[in-house]
Ligand binder design. Structure first.
Ligand code: SAH
Ligand code: SF4
Length: 360
């Protein structure tokens, strides 16, 4: 932005003013930028435009959850979800059109992968949602207090676009979010976990879903590359930089697949190894949101409770996530957008035999 302003023959502080108008105030027209000289505004109108990803569809759930579907071109559509709660407003942001990790219980992964989103396409989801929600609520102050990179895609496989987007989220001239309230969720791209700690240490959530390599190789295929031992080491390392003193572990409860008593005990052993260093953690059990092709079922509430109880009695922090927005397919794992798979995921999946997973 500084370079752009200098290119117009302007001082570099104009860049900060412009940046604030766009990201802090949500301006869409240069004419609204009252502290910029008229001549500069006229120049800007000739040279630039402010535009979010074009909106394709908006759905509002009976529980107030809002889902926007954006057209990012060439047949790809991505999704962004706003989840209002009494004490916070959380935006769930996408990082890729599709996902190449291919977890068999996730509809984004099931669809395959098209491409990485640019920094602009990532931050534009926040810009659009914040602006629209302020207009809707008739307020000027911030509506979105938390961002979770838990939409479509694996954020740490789009690292170079992700980092500047995170920095804009945290910047006081832009959204000014606390780094404790911005969460990157990853299926476990080990080398990038450490880099994230160095570059922009935000809260970290790790999609675990299985306590052993044997099962995780099936549920999160990236585990074949970065097995649990390496993943746990990376998590310990991240705690040196993390804004919170624990790592969140997400665990999607799949009936007969990973929800048995033996799995709960294996999970305890993983996070609190005998003779090893305990992992400061918070386990988040996510009720599976089924989709037709997954061939898997949601664990019963009783099974989820039994699992949670065993883990809690061992002294670990464990909560069950409330499902939000499932009537508009906005719940975890239901974000399928619509992407053009450019990686032949269905052929690869058949070859690797990752799907289907037979419940035991
Ligand atoms: N790729 C990243 C972030 C996006 S997924 C990751 O995997 O962490 C966000 C969360 O939703 C992850 O924990 C993911 O495992 C979970 N999820 C995916 N499919 C789901 C489903 N069908 N039901 C419930 N949770 C699901
Ligand atoms: Fe990708 Fe995350 Fe879905 Fe796995 S759960 S396929 S990593 S988006």
């Amino acid at each position: 932005m500084i370079e752009f302003c200098q290119g117009l023959g302007e001082k570099s502080f104009r860049a900060t003013q412009l940046f604030r108008w766009i990201h802090q105030k949500g301006a869409q027209n240069f004419d609204d930028m009252s502290d910029l000289a008229k001549s500069l505004r006229e120049q800007l109108k000739l040279k630039a435009f402010i535009q979010a990803n074009p909106l394709s569809k908006k759905l509002v759930s009976s529980d107030g959850t809002t889902k926007w579907l954006f057209d990012v071109g060439q047949g790809d559509f991505i999704e962004t979800v706003f989840i209002p709660e009494s004490d916070r407003g959380t935006l769930c942001v996408s990082s890729q059109a599709g996902c190449a990790v291919g977890c068999p219980f996730c509809s984004t992964g099931y669809q395959g992968f098209s491409r990485n989103l640019s920094t602009a396409e990532i931050i534009s989801q926040l810009w659009f949602a914040e602006r629209e929600l302020r207009l809707e609520h008739g307020v000027q102050e911030r509506v979105i207090s938390n961002v979770v990179m838990m939409g479509m895609g694996e954020p740490l496989q789009n690292y170079s676009a992700l980092v500047p987007a995170l920095k804009i989220m945290l910047d006081d001239h832009a959204y000014g979010l606390s780094k404790r309230r911005v969460t990157v969720s990853t299926s476990g791209v080990v080398p990038m976990i450490e880099r994230l700690g160095l570059d922009v240490p935000v809260a970290l959530a790790v999609s675990l879903h299985a306590p052993t390599d044997e099962l995780r190789d099936q549920l999160v295929p990236l585990n074949r590359k970065y097995p649990l031992k390496e993943l746990m080491q990376a998590c310990h390392g991240y705690l040196r930089y993390a804004p919170r003193d624990f790592i969140t572990f997400e665990y999607c409860m799949l009936e007969g697949v990973n929800d048995q008593v033996s799995h709960a005990h294996a999970l305890i052993d993983l996070l609190r190894p005998k003779g090893g260093v305990a992992m400061p953690s918070k386990i988040n059990l996510i009720p599976f949101n089924p989709f037709k092709e997954s061939g898997m079922k949601r664990s019963s509430a009783a099974q989820v409770n039994t699992f949670a109880q065993i883990v809690q009695e061992a002294g670990l922090v464990c909560t069950v996530r409330k499902t939000r927005g499932d009537d508009i397919d906005a719940a975890c794992g239901q974000l399928a957008g619509e992407v053009v798979d450019r990686t032949s995921v269905h052929e690869r999946r058949a070859r690797n035999g990752v799907i289907p997973i037979e419940p035991i």
